[in-house]
Structures are given as structure tokens and as C-alpha cells.
Unconditional design. Structure first.
Length: 464
């Protein structure tokens, strides 16, 4: 009897889970590698078991979808079709002669490395938040919108008692509602986009009544909790000495500039701010996968241009859990068919492809409307830190461009050290590019995360 083909799925969020279940159901031996102690990813992040949460479903919507994924994973793990490796932080995917080696750091200390070998790899690495700097953004009490949501979902804690939620994008409404439902007083929801922009995309939006109903539900919840919603506004500064005490909110004109005299002060002890999402592409860049803008480029089967490597979910374009599920299922079915020509492609492939097309159109419309204000860089003072890791202020970046002649992000980095810290520019990259007035460029790194020298000096052990 021939050995079953092997697939390594990196990431156990919606896309990774959907792909793993689809491939395992068609005879592929799947190893699911994830950094978290439990499956679910950021979208289905679970409270720590020790907290004894009685109603974790209250922190989520689409809970039944999560239950189907969770139960399907448990069933396949029970039969041995899926091996679920938790708390493995993948730092490199290496192409070997006829297979791939997935290298991961083990456990919270991350001082031991394991390797998973597979015939194919699916990158379901998700995305991370884009945050643009402003005066006071480094004060304790200022967190990302997703960070506030993660604190609530996994730790059952609030970032503060009085919150302001600000930035742009569809994440702001559920974050504000979640904080209010958990007992925080949400003093304001500040959205820089103009909702009238959605009228240009009415036809696309009308094709998704479930999404419109979801938005209407959040709007009703905001009204119930008496959250003031301010559109075409932005937080221009955060104030405080040892921690956040207040923010200044101001109106924006049609060019994205702050309207003179429109600002007012909002007392708060927490600010949850976000300006959209960016895909995690580090592993794809290491493998040499082509990027389409900032996203991993894939074909109709979710294949990258590197043979044996597929990608699905937020890493191929930000679009939420429903799109990730559709892409993950397509990838899993494609991988099974490509690794074993006897594996049939069922009719659900067509259904998933149709869902994927619809969701992509919807989120392209949302993306078109919910973009950061054009003039945000003008409000960043010279003394505002842009790269927190290396403590590089905006003045240094402007000097590198205006006086030293830097014309790209890499040169700015060499002249200022912006992006050379612990996060390797993942957090400050968009801000540095915006202040420098040049497009962000991908940085192909040999490793996707910091690795102890001791790990590099030792041969990694086999994963069991």
C-alpha cells in the first residue's frame, strides 16, 4: 500500500481549518501547524481554559460555523488523518529535492526547533493590523482595535473602563459593540471614512444581504449602548503623562485635512485604533512566491507560482472569515486532486468558487471606501515616534528623504534604523513608506521571525 500524500498547513484559522478538513477527507495526511495553543486563529480566538468562560459564544458571531470546524478537526485528529501541532511558531519553510521542510520553534520559550516534512504546503498565515502613527500613540492605554478584541476574547479583560474606538474599516463596529457589551463605556466610535462612499457600490453590496443585515445589527447595538458615532472624523492626538487620559477628535474635509477649529477633547483611559489589515507574507517571500501588490498572488485553485505551495485566507487578500473559508476549501480540494489524481473534485468546489468571487467583490468595495485619510502624514509631528522598536522619530525619516536623498524604504531604513528592530518593520513599514512618500516594498527575509542562535547551531528534531 502506497503512503498517503503529506500536506503541511501553516495556520489554524478559518482558511487553514477549511483546507485541512477538505484535504483530509480525500485521503491526504495533513499536519496542521499553528502558533496558538488552540485552533481558531484570530477570528475564532478562544478564552484560556483556566478562565472558565461559561458563554464564550457571546464573544463571537458565526459560532455554529466554528463548532462545525472544531468538531470536524477533532474527528480527523481522532482517526489520525490530521496531526494538530500547537504552539509551533514557523520561522522558515525550506524547499528540498522532492518535498518541503517546515521549521518551527516549539513552546512559549521558543528555544527548541522541530521540523515537519510534506509534499505540499498551504500558507494560511492570516493578516495583521495596520496602525498609522499620531502624537501620543505610544502612550499606555493605546492599543490596536484587534488587540482590544483579542484581550476580550482570550483574556476576558477590557483595555480600560472608558474607551474610544477609532480609525477606519469594518473591524471598528464589532470592537466597539464587544467592548460595550462587556461593560466598558465606549465614549465614541471615530471613523475616518464617509459612509456615502458605499453608494457607489450599492449593486455589489445589495448582493450580500447577510452582510448588510450584520452591519445594521451592529449599528442598532451601538445605538442601544449610546455610543456616539462620528464619521469623516479622526483622532489627531492622544494625551496623558504616564498613561492615556484623553484624545482629541476632529472633523476631516473632503481632501482628508483636519478642519480648523473642529477638534474637541474626549476623556478616556483606552483607545482602540486601527487602519485596516495587511497580509502576512514573510514565508511566501522566503519561498520566492510572487506578490500581487501586498498580497500573495494565487490562481483559481489558490496555487502560488511556486510548485507545491498554495495560499489561502487573509494572506492572499484581506476579506474576512467567510472568504477565508471559501479559499481554504478550494485550496484543500485542489491539493488533494494535485497530490493524488484519483481524488475527485466534488461539486462543492464550484460553490466555493462562486462564494469566493462574491466575497472578493464585496471586500474590494469596502476597501475602496475604508481607506486611511490621504493627508494623515501631515498631522504627524517631527517628534512623533514612528519606529517604536528603534525609537526613530518622524523628523529622522523626513531628514533622510529631504536632506540625505533617500528615495525608497530600504534607503530610509539604512539611514535611520527604522524597521531594524524586533518587529522588523512589520508595524512601522506602512508609516515609514507614507512619510517618505514612496511605496512600501516587500523585504525578503531568510527567517519569518527571530530565531535563537542556539536553534540555528543545532539540527532540528523531527516532529512527532
Amino acid at each position: 500500500m502506497s503512503e498517503r500524500p503529506r500536506l503541511a498547513v501553516i495556520g489554524a484559522g478559518p482558511a487553514g481549518l477549511a483546507a485541512a478538513l477538505a484535504a483530509a477527507a480525500r485521503g491526504v495526511s495533513v499536519t496542521l501547524v499553528d502558533a496558538a495553543p488552540e485552533a481558531g486563529g484570530q477570528f475564532y480566538r478562544q478564552p484560556a481554559p483556566g478562565l472558565g468562560a461559561r458563554r464564550p459564544q457571546a464573544l463571537h458571531h458565526r459560532w455554529r460555523t466554528w463548532e462545525r470546524l472544531r468538531d470536524g478537526l477533532a474527528a480527523h485528529v481522532g482517526t489520525g488523518r490530521i496531526t494538530h501541532l500547537t504552539e509551533r511558531h514557523v520561522w522558515c519553510v525550506e524547499r528540498e529535492t522532492a518535498s518541503f521542510a517546515v521549521h518551527a520553534l516549539l513552546g512559549p520559550e521558543q528555544e527548541e526547533s522541530v521540523v515537519v516534512r510534506a509534499d505540499a504546503v498551504l500558507l494560511a498565515t492570516g493578516g495583521y493590523e495596520k496602525v498609522l502613527p499620531f502624537p501620543g500613540w505610544t502612550l499606555p492605554g493605546v492599543v490596536t482595535a484587534g488587540g482590544a478584541q483579542a484581550m476580550l476574547k482570550s483574556g476576558l479583560v477590557l483595555p480600560g473602563r472608558t474607551a474610544v474606538v477609532a480609525g477606519t474599516g469594518p473591524l471598528l463596529m464589532p470592537v466597539a459593540v464587544g467592548l460595550a457589551a462587556a461593560g466598558a463605556r465606549v465614549a465614541a466610535l471615530v471613523e475616518s471614512a464617509d459612509p456615502r462612499g458605499f453608494l457607489r457600490h450599492a449593486r455589489v453590496l445589495a448582493a450580500h444581504p447577510d452582510k448588510l443585515a450584520e452591519g445594521a445589527l451592529y449599528a442598532a447595538e451601538l445605538a442601544r449602548y449610546r455610543v456616539g458615532v462620528h464619521v469623516r472624523h479622526t483622532v489627531v492626538a492622544a494625551h496623558g503623562t504616564d498613561r492615556l487620559e484623553a484624545v482629541t477628535v476632529a472633523a476631516l474635509d473632503t481632501d482628508g485635512r483636519v478642519r480648523e477649529g473642529s477638534g474637541w477633547r474626549v476623556p478616556c483611559d483606552s483607545l482602540a485604533v486601527g487602519h485596516g489589515m495587511l497580509p502576512h507574507t514573510d514565508l511566501a517571500e522566503t519561498l520566492g512566491c510572487r506578490l500581487d501588490g501586498v498580497n500573495i498572488a494565487v490562481d483559481d485553485e489558490q496555487r502560488t507560482d511556486v510548485p507545491g505551495v498554495w495560499a489561502a485566507g487573509e494572506s492572499t487578500g484581506i476579506g474576512g472569515a467567510a472568504l477565508s473559508l471559501a479559499e481554504g476549501r478550494i485550496a484543500g480540494l485542489s491539493i488533494a486532486a494535485r497530490l493524488d489524481s484519483r481524488a475527485p473534485v466534488p461539486s462543492s468546489y464550484a460553490r466555493a468558487a462562486k462564494a469566493r468571487a462574491g466575497h472578493r467583490k464585496f471586500f474590494a468595495a469596502v476597501d475602496n471606501v475604508c481607506t486611511p485619510p490621504d493627508r494623515w502624514a501631515e498631522r504627524v509631528g517631527d517628534d512623533t515616534l514612528v519606529c517604536r522598536c528603534e525609537e526613530v522619530p518622524a523628523a529622522a525619516i523626513r531628514e533622510a528623504v529631504d536632506e540625505l536623498g533617500a528615495g525608497d524604504v530600504r534607503t530610509v531604513k539604512l539611514l535611520t534604523r527604522a524597521g531594524m528592530g524586533w518587529c522588523q518593520g512589520r508595524m512601522c513599514g506602512p508609516a515609514v513608506a507614507g512619510l517618505a512618500g514612496c511605496p512600501p516594498t516587500p523585504s525578503r527575509r531568510p527567517f519569518a521571525r527571530p530565531v535563537p542562535l542556539g536553534v540555528l547551531a543545532r539540527d532540528p528534531g523531527e516532529a512527532s
